[in-house]
Write a protein that binds this ligand. Structure first.
Ligand code: AGP
Length: 612
């Protein structure tokens, strides 16, 4: 959700903070703000993007300050506006606070504080925190900032990643974490704080991840980490393994496009060292010790949200097809609230690009409580979900900045494919079959590269549909989740209403929507459902719907039925989603950019959803 940056050291804080905010803007762009301490506190904040704040700051004096905090907001309580922007300040203006998360009991806290004479200037839940700290500190002046924050947090219910500075103690930043990630970057005589590593990586690759329930006091010379209950913690320093180049656009107009085009390379990275083609086997380091237990699972439950949930659906098809273990796929948000039946015979797999999605994390914790073995598939190394699962696999897709997930999805599907193979080995499919499927998987990156060569042609098709009001996406079997993903991509970045359906379900309702203005994107590759899909295409044509087909190279029939055909290389059904999703991503990207939408920062969305 919101992005947090902090800096304390010897250099000018303001430019470092602003630059950090730019790297974090994918986490929220409703407003941005900055507070620096230089004798006294200076706070500037502005509705809109970081560039609005930057413009507003030019000409103002923040020179000489070497400590400060900054925030980019994704609104939860209170509309996007200057006054709801963070940092929030106490009435006397000597404490500034930024917050990521939700204060669930803010209404009662606010009522108490108002009763004690506190005046609120924003509609946010976060503002209660700064007044609460102020009240506690005033009531007991023997406390320091750290002590006041610690005491305040005892009254707070909900989730937070917090950074607080005070001109009364100008040489420190106090941070606290419960439910919203925080990372401390360790430099030479300087420290960086952020809600993820993106703003830190250009300064240092040494980081410490705070765990839930921990606080840290960061000064120019050191940092100490304690629990909120004041117990000192030993923290391990982790080395980041991604470079600055990986989080920059590298010549592409948008991160999303860059990430789409990175997929062949990312796919090779995901498989590297894991797919042993010569031996016809899979080596999955992160789960090796747990593989037997995984194979013995009575049932596998996959929990995730959004695009990761779509990958999970493909995982269900793959694991059931190959390993013959029953699989259920749950929206993490439903799983956690519907009292699911989960036992120690079950394995729960949580899938999350960010590794911080609040619903997925809560599902993980619930599954653990119920005694299930929990495995994670995450992209962000060291993320909360990665740390709280018993075992797991990283997707190694590199930082994904575009809010619309692309390369993380295909990486998740590859991981699930490899997992399905590993679960099948020695049980349900022969060594020769595994070898064949691995060959097919290994060929995918080159085939994806060939599909990407059609980018210009796909853009031309996109131009014809850029003014559509609605769109339908239809697929069957392994390609049904791709239809869902295609529809999600289109709606989240172009704001066109789109629905994904299993193609055969169309006649049970959505067919009523079809008229001459309705684009219908069919995934009609050559597999065992092909003839059925062709009948579905005929049904749409006879109602004058506009058919765009994703079809297999060499299919000479489909051109007669569809207004446009995007041909993709042939592959076996189980690997097909890795190919069919690519035109879907490009279509959504081009339709959205042709409509003038900001695809990297779609309205109302944020990259990682750390609130419920
Ligand atoms: C995808 O394009 C979305 N923006 C969104 O659905 C995302 O996949 C979802 O929020 C889950 O995120 P996660 O993978 O980081 O848990």
């Amino acid at each position: 959700m919101c992005g947090i940056v902090g800096y304390i050291g010897k250099r000018e804080a303001a430019p470092i903070l602003l630059n950090g905010l730019k790297r974090l803007e994918y986490r929220g762009y409703d407003s941005a703000g900055i507070a620096v301490v230089n004798g006294e506190m200076q706070v500037l904040k502005r509705k809109g993007s970081v560039s609005n704040l930057e413009e507003f700051m030019s000409g103002t004096v923040m020179i000489g300050a070497t400590a400060g905090i900054a925030h980019t907001r994704w609104a939860t309580h209170g509309s996007p506006s200057d006054r709801n922007a963070h940092p929030h300040m106490n009435v006397s203006g000597d404490i500034a606070l930024i917050h990521n998360g939700i204060v669930e009991n803010y209404t009662s806290l606010k009522k108490d504080l108002i009763g004690q004479g506190y005046a609120f200037t924003s509609e946010t839940d976060s503002e209660v925190l700064v007044h609460l700290i102020d009240r506690i500190w005033k009531a007991d002046p023997s406390l320091d900032l750290e002590g006041a924050v610690r005491q305040a947090l005892r009254h707070v219910e909900g989730a937070y990643g917090l950074c607080i500075v005070s001109s009364r103690e100008p040489d420190k930043i106090v941070v606290a974490r419960k439910g919203s990630p925080l990372v401390i970057g360790i430099g030479e005589g300087e420290y960086f704080i952020a809600s993820d590593a993106a703003p830190i990586v250009e300064h240092t690759n040494k980081v410490v991840y705070l765990s839930d329930g921990e606080m840290a006091v960061v000064t120019r010379n050191n940092y100490t980490v304690k629990t909120i209950e004041n117990v000192e913690q030993e923290k391990r320093i982790t080395e980041l393994d991604f470079s600055l180049e990986k989080i920059e656009k590298g010549g592409y107009e948008h991160f999303m496009l860059k990430e789409i085009f990175e997929q062949p390379e990312v796919m090779r990275d995901v498989m590297r060292g894991r797919v042993r083609l010569d031996e016809g086997r899979i080596q999955l380091g992160g789960i090796e010790d747990y593989l037997d237990r995984l194979k013995q699972a009575k049932r596998i439950v996959i929990c995730a949200c959004g695009t990761s949930w779509h990958a999970g659906l493909i995982g269900e098809y793959l694991i059931e097809e190959f390993a013959r273990i029953p699989v259920e796929v749950d929206y993490a948000s439903e799983f956690r609230y519907r009292n699911p039946i989960v036992t120690s015979d079950d394995v729960v797999i949580v899938i999350s690009q960010s590794g911080e999605t609040a619903d997925t994390l809560a599902a993980l914790r619930l599954a653990k409580e119920k005694g299930a073995m929990v495995m994670g598939i995450c992209n962000v190394v060291g993320s909360t979900i990665a740390r709280e699962t018993l075992c797991g696999m990283y997707t190694h897709a590199g930082p994904e900045v575009g809010v619309a997930s692309t390369k993380a999805f295909t990486a998740q599907v590859i991981v699930l494919f490899m997992l399905a193979m590993a679960l099948s080995k020695g049980r349900t499919i022969s060594h020769d079959e595994i070898r064949l499927y691995l060959r097919d998987l290994a060929d995918v990156p080159d085939k994806v590269a060939r599909i990407l060569e059609q980018n210009d042609a796909i853009k031309e098709i996109a131009a014809e549909f850029k003014d559509a009001k609605n769109a339908l996406y239809l697929g069957r079997g392994f390609n049904f989740p791709v239809a869902l993903e295609g529809a999600l991509k289109l709606k989240e970045i172009s704001y066109i209403h789109a629905e994904g359906y299993p193609a055969a379900e169309m006649k049970h309702g959505p067919i009523a929507l079809i008229d001459e203005d309705m684009p219908v994107f069919f995934i009609a590759t050559r597999d065992n459902t092909y003839t059925k899909i062709i009948s579905n295409i005929e049904e749409v044509r006879s109602r004058k719907g506009r058919v765009i087909a994703i079809a297999s190279e060499g299919d000479s029939e489909i051109g007669r039925l569809a207004e446009h055909v995007i041909y993709i290389p042939q592959a076996s059904g189980p690997v097909m989603p890795l190919l069919t999703v690519i035109p879907m991503q490009l279509l959504a990207y081009h339709i959205a950019t042709l409509r003038g939408c900001n695809v990297d920062r779609p309205r109302n969305l944020a990259k990682s959803v750390t609130v419920e």
